[in-house]
Each structure stands twice: as C-alpha cells, then as structure tokens.
Design a protein around this ligand. Structure first.
Ligand code: FEO
Length: 170
C-alpha cells in the first residue's frame, strides 16, 4: 500500500508532467506557425515524452494500491519571443522538474518507502539527461545567434537521443 505522503507527491507530479506536455505542445505550435518545422518536431516529440512520464506516474500509483487522479491543467503561454527564449524556458522548466523529482526522493526516504525510491530513480537519471540535452541546444543557439537558424531548424531532430523516453512506456 502506498504511503499517503508519497501518494500525495506522486499525484502532484502527474499534474506537473501533464503541464510539461502541454507547455511543450504550446511551444511546438508557436514554432510550427513561425516556420520552424524542425524545432516544432523536436517540441512535439518532447511533449509526447512528457505524456509518457505522466502515464508512468499514473500506472505506478494504481499498481501500488493508490488511485491516480487525472488533473486539470493550466493553459500554457501561447506566444514566445524567439527560438532561444523557447529553449531557455524549456531548460528552466526541466530544472524545476528535477527539483520536484528530488523532492519526491526526499519524501520516499523520510517515509521509508524504498520501493518508490527505487522506482523514481529512473526519473532522477532522466532529468540529468533532459537538462543536459536542452542545455546543449541552448549553447548551440547562443553560438549561432540569429543567423543560420534555417540550418539549425533542419538539423535539430538529429540532436535528439533516439532512445529517449522509449523505456518509459511501462
Ligand atoms: Fe518529465 Fe521533462 O520531465
């Protein structure tokens, strides 16, 4: 049976992953309607990964004797200034998600729920990879400036880790 405090932070994370998915979806729409199809594809793929993360939390809570709640999700911003600011927002958001995941680890340890602590380690590793991947996109964008965005847009999908998120399907 899931510890109540652990269940509470896991339910909270379902909403955070759902919001992450919609946040990246809103960015994908902005990119697609601004002529950046490659960047849009990257963001659509990222939105899918976040949905997989959300499902992983839902299924885990249910499997452990809890009951997942499908949350209401806030509307993400629709307008963005430019490509770099989009990815800086992605990075900022991923850093925030990493803090949330670390907090879940803290609650698991506090409640001596070593099973969930073991399970959540996949997300600890995933966050390290996600932060690193988005940081490298931001670094490249700063390097090229406003020029060569055409080439960047064409090549960005090749920067995705092809296996990313695949093992999360559960
Ligand atoms: Fe679900 Fe990007 O963390």
């Amino acid at each position: 049976m899931l510890n109540k405090n652990v269940e509470k932070v896991l339910l909270n994370q379902i909403e955070k992953e759902a919001y992450s998915s919609n946040f990246y979806l809103a960015m994908a729409v902005w990119a697609e309607t601004s002529g950046f199809q490659g960047i849009a594809d990257w963001l659509y793929a990222q939105a899918e990964e976040e949905r997989v993360h959300m499902l992983k939390f839902i299924k885990y809570v249910n499997e452990r004797g809890g009951k997942a709640i499908v949350p209401a999700v806030d509307q993400p911003p629709a307008g963005y200034d430019n490509v770099l600011s989009v990815f800086e927002k992605v990075l900022e958001h991923e850093i925030y998600v990493s803090e949330l995941i670390n907090n879940i680890v803290g609650v698991c340890i506090q409640e001596k729920d070593f099973t969930t602590n073991n399970w959540i380690q996949w997300f600890v590793t995933e966050q390290i990879e996600e932060e690193a991947s988005v940081r490298s996109v931001c670094d490249k964008l700063k390097l090229i400036g406003d020029h060569n965005l055409y080439m960047f847009d064409r090549d960005i999908m090749a920067m995705r880790n092809p296996g990313a998120g695949a093992s999360a399907a559960n």
